[in-house]
Design a protein around this ligand. Structure first.
Ligand SMILES: NC(=O)c1ccc[n+]([C@@H]2O[C@H](COP(=O)([O-])OP(=O)(O)OC[C@H]3O[C@@H](n4cnc5c(N)ncnc54)[C@H](O)[C@@H]3O)[C@@H](O)[C@H]2O)c1
Length: 356
């Protein structure tokens, strides 16, 4: 088992590592600079790991900054607070940002690092399964605007992604189940073996949350994401396949004001719609379609129903992947193989909502 995976981006290359202790790693990173470091996290993570955070805050060059929980933290206001604090504490170009949290912390910390003094180093310490398999890798950073999620941001790569899997021991089951949507997505779009592995161990995963099995899944997902990002960092073509289930998923999240569903739960629904379209209008066979639906049916999701199609379509139309009313929709040809399709119409997307 490789415990270091390279994201190969020339001068911006970095490694994803499975580590035993985030504290030792941070002590090592902080001692590599004489400048100030900022550890960005959230109150509930701080409370769960208080002793460890306190140990780190004793270091004279680490200051801890806690941001709010939830999507509302991904704002200009949070970035202003962080960068003002950096300036008042004399952060310089050799300072390092340490992002200890889920996707919200990672997106904010990465964006703050990317703009402070036109860019300082940051290291990702993902604490949620979603961040371990997805958001900490690839350098997408950013904040939300009233008109949509992640509308302001940069692609700015971290110096390293350090995964301490023990964080999952405190993560609520609902968060773990939701993040499995992203892991299953990698199986759908890219890796039939991963799909088969998850399908064969799904009951065990859902009931026991075995760290050993999750670790195997995380490593495979990191390998896939790093392959895809290494080939297409700016999402010109290949990286788009990572959006499988996301066009409808994001619209469902928006439709419910980002409150009813976790991101991964919305992606489960988005993938159901994308599978329906792949079967009805693409190449996905009935057999593969049913196999895929069977795996998704193992997850107990909050029920949703979309009645206002006009409202729903405003979210579809504001998707960053829509260019001049042309939807770039990701369809499956078979499990493990995907395509970017230009021919899915708005009407067909609405038709697919019947599988929710
Ligand atoms: N940058 C990217 O490529 C990318 C990709 C996918 C998603 N995202 C973004 O990621 C965000 C969602 O991330 P998320 O699902 O990690 O949610 P999150 O960051 O909101 O974390 C979910 C909750 O879990 C708590 N938490 C975190 N770690 C914990 C732990 N170990 N134990 C207990 N509680 C813990 C958090 O405080 C929070 O309350 C969204 O904003 C989304 O836009 C970014």
């Amino acid at each position: 088992m490789a415990n270091k995976i390279k994201v190969d981006l020339g001068l911006d290359s970095y490694k994803i590592s499975m580590i035993d202790s985030f504290v030792s790693s941070i002590l090592h990173v902080a001692s590599s600079t004489k400048s100030q470091c900022m550890l960005i996290s959230q109150d509930n993570i701080y409370k769960l790991y208080k002793e460890k955070f306190d140990q780190l805050s004793k270091l004279s060059n680490i200051s801890i900054h806690l941001i709010d929980d939830g999507e509302q933290a991904k704002s200009f206001e949070t970035i202003t607070q962080i960068t003002n604090k950096m300036a008042s504490e004399h952060f310089d170009r050799s300072s390092i940002v340490l992002a200890v949290g889920g996707g919200v912390v990672g997106d904010i910390a990465g964006f703050a690092a990317s703009v402070y003094m036109r860019g300082i180093d940051y290291v990702q310490y993902p604490t949620t399964l979603l961040a371990m398999v997805d958001s900490s890798i690839g350098g997408k950073t950013g904040i939300n605007l009233k008109s949509g999620k992640n509308l302001v941001g940069r692609i700015y790569q971290p110096k390293a992604v350090e995964i301490d899997i023990n964080f999952l021991l405190t993560l609520p089951d609902r968060q773990i189940n939701a993040a499995l949507a992203e892991a299953i997505k990698y199986g759908f779009i890219y890796d039939r073996e991963l799909f088969d592995f998850i399908a064969s161990s799904i009951d065990n995963i859902i009931e026991n949350k075995s760290i050993k099995i999750l670790e195997k899944i995380i490593i495979q997902c990191c390998e896939i994401k790093s392959d895809v990002v290494s080939e297409d960092v700016n999402e010109n073509e290949l990286r788009m396949i990572l959006n499988f289930g996301h066009t409808v998923g994001h619209a469902i999240e928006g439709y419910f004001d980002y409150r009813t569903l976790l991101h991964g739960e919305a992606i489960f629904y988005g993938m159901k719609c994308a599978l329906y379209l792949s079967n009805k209008y693409g190449n996905l066979s009935n057999n593969e379609y049913n196999k895929s639906l069977y795996l998704l049916s193992k997850f107990d999701l909050p029920s949703v129903s979309i009645e206002d199609y006009d409202k729903f379509m405003t979210y579809i139309k504001s998707d960053k992947k829509i260019r001049a009313s042309n939807v770039k929709f990701i369809l499956l040809d078979e499990i493990g193989k995907s395509q970017i399709n230009d021919n899915i119409s708005f009407e067909q997307i609405i038709e697919s909502l019947k599988v929710l």
